[in-house]
Design a protein around this ligand. Structure first.
Ligand SMILES: [Zn+2]
Length: 299
């Protein structure tokens, strides 16, 4: 069974500048207009062949994006199947911890999406640390964008995944997923993963940067953390199908040229990682028809 741990939900009216300016630049490389609004129908199409998915909005006042958590919860109900919703909270808002408790208790959202650089802050800011503390207390995994971004917000110095070493030291039971393997700081992400048993990373978005992805996979293998690399797409920017195909292409290239290549078995294991179990997310008994796993030529 393939799990996609990194998919987005948003509507047009959740977004403003500078987010939309950055997304405009991204979407010129993709199908313009096709990525600025996610519907249940487009989502189901985008996540094939994943049978399980994690979907989230983003709340980042500094970047001009505010997806209400109630809309994420409603979207999860509409999509059905084995899709789990994560809340997003902006640490710079005074009610961030109250919102986490509300989303956990009232909306049943199963984790937290953070992007401190999008949110104009640092993971080590006390405002962000109180979010990690609440997440650890409630047993909620955190998906964190700790890497470069397309929007003009925050400071790159605050986006280095190395900063998560201090977070993991302070909150050892907190499960953390470093989105995009911390691109371009993939070595920093990998050494944090090696030191902390509850720190993982996902492959989302970097499929379009094959050099970064190949470096990330080789580094993860050399540091012994390839088994903590989770499959993610970054839908709607990248569909799960094209993310899996790009992974396979990069691995095939590595098998010919890399000093530390990834084997077919290791690629299969990344795609079929039991990510819900690793992140402590209870299994969902789906009501709507979910796409079946292991289709076609995906290894
Ligand atoms: Zn993303």
């Amino acid at each position: 069974m393939i799990t996609d741990v990194h998919t987005h939900f948003w509507k047009l009216d959740h977004q403003g500048p500078p987010w939309t300016d950055g997304l405009g630049r991204v979407s010129t490389q993709l199908a313009a207009g096709a990525i600025d609004s996610v519907t249940a129908e487009s989502y189901r199409r985008q996540v094939v062949p994943a049978a399980r998915t994690i979907v989230f909005g983003l709340q980042a006042q500094a970047s001009g994006i505010m997806v209400p958590n109630d809309a994420v919860a409603a979207f999860v109900r509409e999509v059905g199947g084995q899709t789990v919703g994560f809340m997003s909270v902006d640490p710079t808002r005074h009610d961030a911890v109250a919102e986490i408790e509300r989303c956990h208790t009232d909306l049943g959202l199963g984790g937290i999406k953070l992007g401190p650089i999008y949110q104009g802050t640092s993971p080590l800011n006390p405002l962000t640390m109180r979010v990690f503390s609440a997440a650890e207390r409630l047993g909620l995994p955190v998906m964190i964008h700790q890497g470069a971004i397309f929007a003009n917000a925050g400071r790159l110095a605050d986006a280095n995944p190395l900063l998560l070493d201090d977070v993991a030291i302070a909150f050892p039971e907190l499960r953390i997923v470093i989105a995009h393997m911390g691109h371009p700081w993939v070595h920093e992400a990998v050494v944090v993963m090696r030191r902390h048993r509850n720190v993982y990373a996902d492959t989302s978005a970097i499929a379009s940067r094959p050099t970064v992805l190949a470096t990330a996979l080789s580094a993860a293998k050399e540091y012994g953390v390839l088994d903590k690399v989770l499959f993610g797409s970054d839908s709607p920017m990248v569909s799960a199908d094209s993310a899996a195909a790009a992974l396979a292409r990069v691995v095939a290239h590595m098998q010919r040229f890399a000093l530390t290549p990834v084997t077919d078995e290791e690629l299969h294991a990344i795609l079929h990682r039991p990510s819900f179990e690793l992140l402590g997310i209870p299994a969902v008994t789906g009501t709507a028809a979910a796409p079946s796993a292991c289709q076609g030529a995906i290894p």
